[in-house]
Design a binder for this molecule. Structure first.
Ligand SMILES: Nc1ncnc2c1ncn2[C@@H]1O[C@H](COP(=O)(O)OP(=O)(O)OP(=O)(O)O)[C@@H](O)[C@H]1O
Ligand SMILES: [Mg+2]
Length: 237
């Protein structure tokens, strides 16, 4: 229950291949919402809890280079991280009426472990239901980079265990995201970020949030800052 009749929280997730700007845009969206008086929690998977950070270190191989994991072990670690994250962080925040912004959520396991690694997608969906307790995002922003790279994107030489996989793996992951977006058009918005600056992507993100969750946003901002809507809309164009 949200406190004393406050509007309920919302869950917004960012998805997409590595380095497509999820962290950058999650941070910017969090700041934009906060400026409007929305209570926000910005978090990520894997690694949104103390236990999750240890699982993240194992699954991404940061602890020791060359760490080996069977695909099933990778999947179950991601699910363990998700279960802990939802119960310890996401659900309590939503119950307090916060808007939770998560870099990656259940869709990542469908894209990476089912489509990328070839684990049965139905099984992954079932494990996702267990890990999330059936919690589904209100809005998922898929930052898609069908071709090329982001302009001026910093090259990151140190690749983690998953980032180091071959092109075929990432092509399958993208296919997975395409399939998810086709199956859940009411929830997932694809944003083509090819050649787009950070500011341009941020504008796309804001437009999607206004289109999909504008009414709920107004319920919150109407209480906290009654005259703020027009000002922000002007800043968008
Ligand atoms: N639109 C953009 N144009 C140019 N560079 C960008 C853009 N968005 C992000 N970057 C830069 O690209 C790099 C990767 O961005 P970011 O860390 O936000 O991506 P990510 O999706 O969170 O990556 P990861 O999957 O590894 O967590 C960063 O150096 C960031 O500053
Ligand atoms: Mg990131």
């Amino acid at each position: 229950m949200s406190p004393a009749g406050a509007p309920p929280g919302a869950l917004i997730t960012f998805e997409g291949l590595d380095g497509t700007g999820k962290s950058t845009q999650a941070r910017r969206l969090a700041r934009w919402l906060e400026r409007q008086g929305v209570p926000v929690l910005h978090t990520r998977q894997p690694g949104g809890t103390a236990a999750g950070r240890r699982m993240r270190a194992i699954v991404l191989g940061h602890e020791r280079r060359g760490v080996r994991l069977a695909p099933e072990a990778e999947l179950l670690l991601m699910m363990a991280d998700r279960a802990q994250h939802v119960s310890e962080v996401v659900r309590p925040a939503l119950e307090e009426g916060r808007w939770v912004i998560s870099e990656r959520f259940a869709d990542s396991s469908v894209a990476y472990q089912a489509w990328g690694l070839g684990i049965d997608a139905e099984l992954v969906e079932r494990l996702n239901r267990l890990a999330t307790g059936g919690l589904v995002p209100d809005l998922t922003l898929w930052l898609d980079l069908p071709s090329g790279v982001l302009p001026g994107r910093r090259q990151r030489p140190r690749r983690d265990r998953i980032e180091g996989r071959d092109e075929g793996f990432f092509a399958r992951v993208r296919e997975g995201y395409l399939a998810l977006a086709a199956a859940h058009p009411e929830r997932i918005v694809r944003l083509d970020v090819t050649g787009s600056s950070r500011d341009r992507v941020e504008a796309l993100v804001r437009t999607a949030v206004m289109e999909r969750l504008g009414r709920r946003l107004q319920e919150v901002t109407g209480r906290t800052r009654p005259n703020h809507g027009g000002e922000e809309a002007g800043a968008l164009s």
